[in-house]
Design a protein around this ligand. Structure first.
Ligand code: DX5
Ligand code: ZN
Length: 217
């Protein structure tokens, strides 16, 4: 099963409730929330109240991607708002192991996000504390950017190093520039969760977009 996680950042906020409904109706099963602080990334988005609203408005898996400095300050708020998954960026986290335990202490799945130019060797020491790895395939901050192909090398390396030891339900997520041209390069490499902002929300037939991303048509 390939999870599809539309990124709410590309939705029409004038009709947010309808947009969330449309994500569900399209057959996508996750909802990806990009939380930006204007420090770690140049953009600012929204806080825990949006996660709470999304959780109430649907039964989608609420996937919170924290692109913020000092993520430890907000993990509890997002957990209490109803997040099912929380990703923190390794680049923001000197105490990564502690924060992953903290996420799990709320019964929330723990994930680490990795920028395009960040090495993955640190995973040696935390792979058992993770439910998901999020590979950024754009520099975080904005939707609608172009896919960075060197990410494919990184996923190959990840598979080589960790592939055989991963638990069965481990999630490998890719975020940024995912569309009909790039999805197969990822799913062929074992990526089982695709985040999609622009491609999904701008597609005239969102159910079709989901099927294309999953490789079903
Ligand atoms: C970028 C965000 C992404 C982004 C994806 O910082 O983390 O989730 O919204 O948007 P697209 O699919 O348009 O690249
Ligand atoms: Zn994201």
């Amino acid at each position: 099963m390939i999870h599809i996680a539309p990124s709410l950042l590309s939705a029409d906020f004038l009709k947010l409730g309808d947009e969330i409904k449309s994500v569900k109706e399209s057959g996508a099963d996750w909802l990806h929330l990009d939380i930006m602080d204007g420090h770690f990334v140049p953009n600012i988005t929204y806080g825990p109240f949006i996660a709470e609203f999304c959780r109430k408005a649907s039964d989608l898996t609420i996937d919170v991607h924290l692109m913020i400095e000092n993520p430890e300050k907000y993990i509890e708020d997002f957990a209490k708002a109803g997040a099912h998954m929380i990703s923190i960026h390794v680049e923001t986290c000197p105490h990564l192991h502690r924060q992953l335990q903290f996420i799990r202490s709320f019964g929330v799945k723990s994930a680490v996000a990795i920028n395009p130019a960040t090495e993955i060797d640190f995973l040696d020491y935390v792979i058992d504390d993770l439910d998901m790895v999020l590979f950024m395939s754009v520099n975080p901050g904005f939707s609608g950017q172009k896919f960075i192909p060197s990410i494919l090398k990184k996923i190959d390396l990840f598979n080589k190093k960790y592939g055989s030891g991963l638990k069965k339900d481990f999630i490998i997520q890719v975020d940024g520039g995912v569309n009909d041209q790039t999805c197969k390069l990822l799913t062929d490499r074992g990526v089982n969760c695709l985040v999609s902002g622009n491609y999904f929300f701008k597609h005239p037939d969102r159910a079709k977009a989901v099927k294309i991303l999953r490789g079903q048509i």
